[in-house]
Design a protein around this ligand. Sequence first.
Ligand code: HEC
Ligand SMILES: [Cu+2]
Length: 486
Amino acid sequence: MPGRTGAGRVEGLDPLQWLRYRCAATGLRLRLARMPPTGAEPTGLGAGALMEPVVGGQDRSRAGGGTAGRLLALLAVVLVALVVIVVALTRFGGLEVVDQQFYSHISPATGKAEDIQFLYRLIFWLALVVFVGVQTAIVYTALKFRRRNETRPPQIHGNRTAEIAWTVIPAVVLLALFIPTAQTIFKHAAAEETADFEIDVLGKQWWWEFQYPGIPLSETDAAAGPLVTANEIMIPQGANVVFNLHSNNVIHSFWVPQLSGKRDVIPGHENRLQFTADKVGEYFGECTEFCGSAHAWMRFKVLVVPPPEFAAWVQAMRQPPAVDGNPETADVVEAPPAFGVCLACHRVNGTNAVIAQQGINSNPYGEGAGPNLSLLACRDTIAAGLLENTPENLARWLKETDDVKDGTYMPNYYEQGTINDQQVQELVDYLMTLKPAGGCPADPPVGGDPAFVPGQQTDDRALPQNQPIAVAPAAETQARAAVEGS
Ligand code: HEC
Ligand SMILES: [Cu+2]
């Protein structure tokens, strides 16, 4: 016996020899050391004895033909079952969704989202073919060519046929993915150049400001800047819309799964994203780049409405709120006095409540200005999708601001003692009046109009003739300059 070291190692053996020694010593019949002897016999131990074939090995391999056949049959059954399950799960290849999934790209509602969906399916099915092929080959090889005796099988290193096959097959698979992917990218990049409509998206912590650079807030006063809203964007049906994505704080990502792919919103760099929504509907979007504590509550909506309804919304956004029975609606004093503290951060169009900053230069790192509150009563949710917009929830928002949205940059004036219960109630009543005189427009169907026939329109379709908001280029430039200067 060789001597032992303190660590229980046997001196004079390399680790592999030591392992063999241990296995033999503990009676484990591991089949180590199947390689032919290297010539350099280990010293100090009759290791050759441990490299003898383990008893029973050859017997088993001789009896193996029937077992292998059975195993292969089993394998075939399992693979076929797997494919059947996958195909059944995906509704015989269509990957159709049973229920619409509003936060999922598998319910596409634009030509662009459908193109992305096509690529997704293509990759899925090609990957499935590759998976089944590779697994079958592995298991077949392992069974068919398993060791039956101690002679080495013929080596095929450098086999030309094999080398060509496993170079050409992956290349073909990659080409089959690459060509349609590149085509889709170029098709939609081209559509960005012919936008009917632009929207500036400003990612805030943790909400969204949306500006319409082509639509001045005031038809007479360009210095009033563009139309601005928050967390819910309205767009006309059929318009080729380009979103210019800006941030002045951290990186966000703009994603409306049913309408388009996602794109990052990066400080100091303008990204663009385009789509044409032909289906009237209400679509859900979200920030998909972790951007701080309330990142999960940075949701938004895209409302696609027929052009006339869009025009009506624009007009309503420009008007002062229609407060019932009040003769002087155009003044901020319509608001309860407690609203004074809110003016530092919030605007209400058509009133004097237009002090708060808006735009890219306001609100770095969340501090400062908040969402434009014009027509707030018509929004479905408040605090970027966090709470349904009801009087109870508005009161909750004012009283438990940072409890309901941890990390929010709106101060909790109730806890600070700036506003009391009665003032909260007055503010809620006031906020609920922020809607057009005729009431809020009806919401379009969630997830898109089910009666819409897909494939009849494409992304290349021009904006309908009755496109309501025509803006002279000069007015647009002025509006932009006014915003940038503010
Ligand atoms: C220091 C700036 C600031 C002040 C002052 C302020 N808010 Fe806010 N407010 C914000 C910010 C920022 C948000 C966005 C919060 C979020 O969603 O993360 C917000 C959101 C809101 C919302 C939800 C809007 C939406 O579209 O989701 C309402 C309603 C609101 N504030 C009402 C008020 C009222 C009423 C006051 C006065 C008592 C007030 N705020 C004072 C910054 C402020
Ligand atoms: Cu974000």
